[in-house]
Design a protein around this ligand. Structure first.
Ligand code: C2E
Ligand code: CA
Ligand code: CA
Length: 630
């Protein structure tokens, strides 16, 4: 090797520089080169370079391996990331600052029913590809795209769109730092439907699907907000007559079907903007809007009553009910929903009291009446606790012998301030507020005790209310009254009216038979006032029939009444049932009854109902008269 080669290249390479250094180190003092030394130096250097190269190779290999591993890791991460994106419940769409699509996930494609959304499309182009948009009208399509386009990008800004295919979709936009934006899209149809259904259930009656009280309130309030000045409306409250009887005797499924049929008939009667609501049980109400005159409302009331009186055919049953209606009228701006409903309810109460199958318009005196009625309820509860109920007795006379055969027990309320109050004022209230059981018990106990002191041939007749049969404990109560008083059962007579026979007949008959087995007599009161009196005489072995005072009063003036009295006494004697006429006030009436072979008579002609103290003297007086006559 010659040293000259080391000096040829003007731009020394690292190898060149190393060689130059080695030549330098191998120089001899005379300026020549010690070739052996140079060779040794060079091979030493080669050995070093070799180690370096091997090192570098190894390093490269390691780096490649690491890189490969890193790459496969990030690919995995990418797959995971994509899977996560695609399986998100929300659709995602990423747009660049120019509004061109960069990326979407699968859910986004699904929501808009897109097979693909290539990067680079604008938002409009993306939406226009959606088949669920194209089924809408062109106007609807334009509106939906514009709305989407214009979403505010404030954080949390969100719009909700109803798509032509019926779905509800929400879109939320997030502005990105580079000027692009990320939209999050969700199909909330199910959630909205579910909440719409819950909202519907909360405002509708589950059985008839009519609006309930809540929705009626809202409609009324809404109507009041939107009404023109002077606009009038009517609130009708109605209640079905005899519905309870249907429910109790034919069962709840039939009762339910009947309510649905009633709802249908009512809806068919009103105009589309009127609201028919079910307030619960057999209570319905109708809000009539834009009322031009009272006459229109009266006409509607008549049609409601007429329509609901038409028979219903349900599950093979021929069902006849009826309806009572209460009406509150109002100028829209002067009313509040609660007052209107309350007034209509008060009018309904009056309609029912006045004999059902009726309608009544609210008048302010009804409010006064309701207040008094509430006071009366409080007073009655107090009266029961302070033993203010007494019994008066009205004698019953055998027409032929003119002797006292018994007394009818008639309840009296000795009010500390108002004096003696008659049962007409409080018995029905007691029935309505559930106090009749307790009051009836007081009367029965007292009557049996008092009667036990009378001569043995004198009976006691006690009135029972239909409500007293409800609990089923009446036979036990009667047995206890007899036991406590020691009264001979054959001296006790219980008076029931036809309304008792109209209640749950099977249970009533069972209880009546049980009472009869004790030896107690049962009589049918107010005979002739109901519409199927005769059938009741056949259905149950009554011991006595009381001819109602309305017929007795007209004896001598009305030939129909005479015919009825004649028919009843004739029927009774042929069936072996005793008869008694009540409300006998004159000798004329008594003579006719005697001619018709009526067994007994009761009325002012002989005596008004009297306190216990006067009963003994009365019996003696009649006995004395009888003795004189004999
Ligand atoms: P009711 O059972 O028909 O009783 C007869 C009613 O006619 C009694 O009225 C009696 O005072 C009245 N009266 C009797 N004779 C005559 C007469 O010659 N002329 C006229 N105009 N009236 C006469 P009162 O005592 O006011 O009882 C009214 C009703 O209250 C009774 O009618 C009965 O349905 C009911 N009631 C009375 N006490 C009780 C009771 O303890 N329990 C139940 N559940 N109801 C009772
Ligand atoms: Ca009676
Ligand atoms: Ca009577």
């Amino acid at each position: 090797m010659t040293p000259s080669t080391a000096t040829i290249d003007p731009r020394p390479s690292p190898l060149h520089q190393t060689l130059a250094r080695q030549v330098q180190r191998a120089r001899l003092p005379d300026g020549g080169v010690d070739l052996d030394r140079l060779l040794a130096l060079v091979s030493e250097t080669y050995a070093e370079t070799d180690v370096d190269r091997r090192r570098t190779d190894r390093a490269n290999r390691l780096m490649a391996e690491e890189l490969e591993e890193a790459l496969s890791k990030s690919a995995l991460q990418n797959v995971r990331f994509k899977a996560a994106l695609d399986n998100m419940n929300q659709g995602l769409a990423l747009f660049d600052p120019a509004g061109r699509l960069v990326l979407t996930n699968q859910r986004f494609l699904d929501i808009y029913r897109l097979s693909e959304a290539p990067a680079g499309l604008t938002l409009d182009q993306t939406l226009e590809r959606s088949p669920c948009l194209s089924i809408g009208t062109p106007t609807a399509q334009r509106r939906l795209i514009r709305e989407y386009h214009d979403i505010a990008s404030d954080p949390g800004a969100k719009i909700e769109q109803r798509w032509p295919d019926g779905r509800t979709i929400t879109i939320e936009r997030n502005q990105l730092v580079d000027g692009g934006f990320l939209d999050t899209v969700a199909d909330v149809t199910e959630a909205r439907n579910a909440s719409a259904q819950i909202a519907h259930l909360a405002r509708h009656d589950a059985l008839t699907d009519l609006p309930n009280r809540t929705l009626l309130h809202e409609r009324l309030a809404e109507m009041m907000r939107n009404a023109r000045r002077g606009d009038r409306c009517a609130m009708l409250c109605l209640d079905l007559d005899r519905f309870k009887l249907v429910n109790d005797t034919l069962g709840h499924p039939v009762g339910d079907a009947l309510l649905v049929a009633v709802a249908d008939r009512l809806v068919a009667l009103v105009r589309p903007h009127d609201v028919v609501a079910r307030l619960g049980g057999d209570e319905f109400s109708i809000l009539v809007q834009h009322v031009t005159s009272d006459r229109v409302v009266k006409q509607l009331c008549r049609r409601i009553i007429e329509t609901l009186t038409q028979p219903f055919e349900i599950a093979g049953h021929h069902i006849q009910i009826g309806a009572s209606v209460g009406v509150a009228m109002g100028t829209v701006e002067a009313l509040d929903p609660d007052t209107m409903l309350r007034d209509a309810d008060l009018a309904l109460y009056r309609a029912k009291r006045d004999g059902r199958g009726n309608y009544r318009f609210y008048t302010p005196d009804m409010h006064v009446f309701a207040t008094r009625r509430r006071e009366l309820e409080i007073e009655l509860r107090r009266a029961l606790n302070s033993n203010e109920f007494e019994v008066h007795y009205q004698p019953q006379i055998n027409i032929e012998t003119q002797t006292v055969v018994g007394f009818e027990a008639l309840a009296r309320w000795y009010h500390p301030e108002r004096g003696v109050i008659s049962p007409g004022e409080f018995i029905s209230v007691c029935e309505e507020i559930g106090l009749i059981g307790a009051v009836g018990e007081v009367i029965l106990m007292r009557s049996c005790h008092d009667a036990a002191c009378w001569p043995e041939n004198v009976k006691i007749a006690v009135n029972l209310s239909a409500v007293q049969f409800k609990s089923g404990t009446l036979p036990a109560l009667v047995a206890r009254a007899l036991r406590d008083s020691g009264l001979d059962p054959r001296r006790l007579e219980l008076e029931i009216t036809e309304s008792v026979m109209l209640e749950d007949t099977a249970s009533v008959i069972t209880q009546l038979k049980e009472i009869k087995r004790l030896g107690v007599l049962i009589s049918l009161d107010d005979f002739g006032t109901g519409y199927s009196s005769l059938s009741h005489i056949r259905n149950f072995p009554f011991d006595r029939v009381k001819i109602d005072q309305s017929f007795v009063r007209e004896l001598g003036t009305n030939s129909d009444s005479l015919a009825i009295v004649r028919a009843v006494t004739g029927l009774c004697s042929s069936l072996g049932i005793m008869s008694i006429a009540e409300g006998v006030e004159t000798l004329d009436q008594l003579n006719i009854l005697a001619a018709e072979k009526c067994d007994s008579a009761q009325g002012y002609y002989y005596s008004r109902p009297v306190p216990l103290a006067e009963t003994g003297p009365f019996v003696s007086r009649m006995a004395a008269l009888h003795a004189v006559a004999a």
